[in-house]
Design a protein around this ligand. Structure first.
Ligand SMILES: C[S@@+](CC[C@H](N)C(=O)[O-])C[C@H]1O[C@@H](n2cnc3c(N)ncnc32)[C@H](O)[C@@H]1O
Length: 270
């Protein structure tokens, strides 16, 4: 296949800052920020990035160089005049499948531009369900290369050849992997030092200790006849912590028996 003449990736990050910069305008070539956590996304829709990641705290952190984003446009590796990237499924059936040779060229290009310890991940409904623990693992490493599927997905041989880990956003089918990639990146970068103003807040959130978070309240003290629970207004930190813990445990037991069982394994009966 013919390789692209110009590098098909766009980098997003600190070297591109101008005071009036809009999220899409972060998409200018930027030299690698040597120590910043790096997300690479192989996609047919590079214009979908940075998307929501260019907003609010994640967008600010991107501009400040706390993490970097590189999109790799799969189409640029496509074959022929129309840069074809897909073909009909072997054995018949509806839809199209992303070709292994085209995807392999994009993967080789991507992997040469990221530290080898960064995992290579395919967003897929068949994958391991994404969890806070996976986000924590990713945040500990140098970054991640994410592959977004489209159509019927990716030829199995490329998954096997590169031993690509598969991660799912949940038991539903999206049109493509881009929303899933943004969710994985968002959940991970908010765990990087400095991205959230108040780092303690990630320690008290849902899943951080295997439980769902307690309910939250703010002013006004009474709204439509409902008061904030007295204990939260008492100023008694010990009692507040106890109340929050009990709420957390109750909610987890009621709504997520799977999490509760993992958090509170039944004593061995033998
Ligand atoms: C229409 S889906 C393909 C679904 C595939 N034929 C199947 O039944 O498993 C196209 C792409 O969307 C992405 N995708 C869809 N659902 C997803 C999910 N729950 N989690 C992560 N990625 C998903 C994957 O990248 C997938 O290759």
């Amino acid at each position: 296949m013919d390789t692209p003449k110009t590098p098909p990736q766009k980098s997003h990050g600190r070297k591109t800052i101008r005071p009036t910069l809009k999220p899409r305008e972060l998409m200018e070539s930027a030299p690698d920020l040597a120590r910043a956590w790096k997300a690479q996304v192989i996609t047919l829709l590079p214009d979908a990035f940075p998307g929501i990641l260019g907003e609010s705290l994640t967008g600010r952190a991107l501009k400040d160089g706390l993490w970097q984003l590189e999109t790799i446009a799969l189409r640029e590796f496509g074959e022929g005049k129309h840069r074809n990237v897909d073909d009909t499924p072997a054995g018949g059936g509806a839809g199209m499948v992303l070709r292994p040779d085209i995807m392999a060229a994009a993967i080789d290009h991507a992997r040469a531009r990221i530290q080898p310890a960064a995992p290579l991940v395919y967003l897929s409904p068949r994958g391991r369900p994404f969890t806070q623990a996976i986000a924590q693992d990713l945040a500990q490493g140098p970054g991640v290369s994410l592959i977004c599927g489209r159509f019927e997905g990716l030829d199995q041989r490329v998954i096997d050849h590169y031993r690509i880990a598969e991660i799912s956003l949940g038991d539903f089918v999206l049109t493509g992997g881009e929303i899933a990639a943004q969710a994985v990146i968002d959940a991970t970068i908010r765990l990087l030092p400095g991205v959230l103003g108040n780092e303690a807040s990630t320690e008290e959130e849902s899943f951080s200790d295997g439980l769902l978070e307690h309910p939250q309240y703010t002013r006004p003290a009474e709204w439509r006849g409902q008061k904030i629970p007295d204990v939260l207004m008492s100023g008694h930190h010990g009692e507040i912590a106890k109340w929050r813990r009990a709420q957390s445990e109750g909610l987890t037991r009621q709504r997520r028996p799977d999490l509760w069982a993992a958090h509170h394994p039944k004593p061995n009966s033998d």
